[in-house]
Design a binder for this molecule. Sequence first.
Ligand SMILES: Nc1nc2c(c(=O)[nH]1)N[C@H]1C(S)=C(S)[C@@H](COP(=O)(O)OP(=O)(O)OC[C@H]3O[C@@H](n4cnc5c(N)ncnc54)[C@H](O)[C@@H]3O)O[C@H]1N2
Ligand code: MOO
Ligand SMILES: [Mg+2]
Length: 426
Amino acid sequence: MNGNQESVDHKFQRRALQVSEAQARITEVANVLEFEDVPLNQSCGRYLAERVIAPHPFPAFNRSGMDGFALQAADIKNCGNGNRVWLEIVDNIPCGAVSTVEITTGTAARIMTGAQVPEGADTVVMLEVTETRVTAGITYVGISKKQDAKRNITPRGQELSQGDLVLPAGGMISAGEIAVLAAFGMDMVKVHRRPKVGIFATGTELLEVHEPLQPGKIRNSNSPMLEALVRETGGEPIMLGAIVDDLELARGKLKLAMENYDFVITTGGVSVGDYDIMGDLVREQSGDMLFNKVTMRPGSVTTAAVREGKLLLALSGNPGACFVGFQLFARPVIGLMQGAAQPFLPEWTATLGADYPKVNNYTRFVRARLEIREGSLYAFPATLDESSVMVTIKDSDCLIIVPPEERGLTAGAKVTVLKLPGEIRG
Ligand SMILES: Nc1nc2c(c(=O)[nH]1)N[C@H]1C(S)=C(S)[C@@H](COP(=O)(O)OP(=O)(O)OC[C@H]3O[C@@H](n4cnc5c(N)ncnc54)[C@H](O)[C@@H]3O)O[C@H]1N2
Ligand code: MOO
Ligand SMILES: [Mg+2]
């Protein structure tokens, strides 16, 4: 044997991790970023850094649910069958006012929806079932139907008592949360800073989006896709362009990116090809490597490393693998850095809508369209779902998790899907 044959090429020596193990390794080193206070109207899509406890009951006062008259139910308990009661109107209470007149037997106050119910009143009769008359300069309301106490009054604290947990830490802020925060007077919200995510692509074949097509070359579509994905997950993308497949160039670029940003994502050059420089770069400092092979398709060559506490995720250049690798590894990292309590894609159960005959050694994440038929959720796998395929990414609502199987799956099988964000296209 000559020396050449004896030597081991470490490029080919990769220990494949299960997806869950790879996710555990990368999320373990994803540190939550510092706090910042943001104005309420800019907090949509951020994650609450602290739980919110109700500082007061909500609603804060007994509130009328109707335009009508506040009175004592006991005064009208014999109404009906021709019996009518006349009560003296002692006040008129618009929204925002607090009446100083207590309702006693024989009296009522005109009141508007949303106004504070006056002391002494225990029911509000709606305007439409009342009549008024003026006798000797005094206005009376006539009521001819009985009504129980508590009707049309929302009691103080009906929705929340003081001290109740309103919002847990780590929940995403959207319209409903913003309404609650506003109602409790929180015009500034404590969140975790968005991670700055440096993104660059490697590949001598890559053209800029605006460049005309040239023989053998392709436009860099992964960088804009990653930029959109980083934004979608709440990160701040920093676009560092594309570089040719040159180890020195890549080393310099990576160093700069790792020094300046919270998280670095690259695409391309992680397989075993002669120009797969990102794989080589990570292997150079093998102590830092978290994984460089995962038992998944697409994206088996997805590589991750940690350097001085900073994470590098080197995604495959193949668009399908780049997309899936982002969803499984970058999404939770970016979420955790912002303090998200649920940083992973949600898992749903669906019925497979068409046969999926492919046999897999590895777990497959198959792009699919979701459809609701007669109240049940169906997942239709994309006909083209190879790692290298790009166009079916845009048609997908979810990724079907197809475990390693000796034979394929048939239509009707129950499958677990990872729901991608956004509306179901149907
Ligand atoms: N001998 C082997 N060959 C390959 C293996 C293997 O195990 N042994 N793995 C295959 C698998 S699986 C994948 S996935 C790819 C991974 O490739 P790389 O991550 O090294 O990516 P590249 O070689 O740079 O490019 C692959 C493919 O993607 C296109 N590409 C690259 N960057 C972009 C971009 N920014 N935008 C759009 N498209 C991009 C590139 O032109 C190539 O066509 O390796 C297999 N090979
Ligand atoms: O990394 Mo490749 O995408 O497994 O097909
Ligand atoms: Mg390659």
